[in-house]
Design a protein around this ligand. Structure first.
Ligand SMILES: [Zn+2]
Length: 140
């Protein structure tokens, strides 16, 4: 299932560093795919993608699809932003428990009535210079 894409008419304020280990993730995101690494020994997913399993230290990992849905574990609105994000403030960030057990931190697209426990979906943010991702309230 492809991520829903939202175009953003701006460049990313702080583009992610892309390493050999994370390049497959960013390439997949650019195609609307949402993937991470899964351990071939203990079967657990990790996010961000890893080269060594943080659960059992195995170096046997492969790429797998991540759930695109989850619920908000916590969130906050940032008013006093770091200088590099000042032009975007106020903005919101959240921690999402994805279905399947992976907990991630990301930008949150705020909506009326949103809070802890709100079902969300992960979306691809297509900036002029590349991609990022965010959570937003699940839309029917
Ligand atoms: Zn493992």
């Amino acid at each position: 299932m492809m991520l829903k894409t939202v175009d953003v008419a701006a460049a990313r304020a702080y583009p992610p560093r892309v390493s050999k280990a994370t390049e497959p993730f960013w390439s997949a995101l650019a195609q609307g795919r949402w993937i991470t690494t899964v351990c071939c020994d203990c079967g657990k997913q990790s996010f961000p993608p890893q080269i060594i399993c943080p659960h059992c230290w195995s170096d046997s990992l492969e790429w797998t699809e991540l759930s695109q849905r989850g619920v908000i574990y916590s969130w906050t609105r940032v008013h006093a932003a770091p200088t590099i994000f000042a032009a975007e403030s106020p903005y919101s960030v959240c921690i999402v428990d994805l279905d399947g057990g992976v907990r991630i931190a990301c930008k949150l697209i705020e909506a009326e009535g949103l809070g802890v426990g709100t079902p969300v979906e992960i979306i691809r943010l297509r900036y002029e210079d590349g991609d990022l991702f965010a959570a937003r309230a699940l839309q029917a």
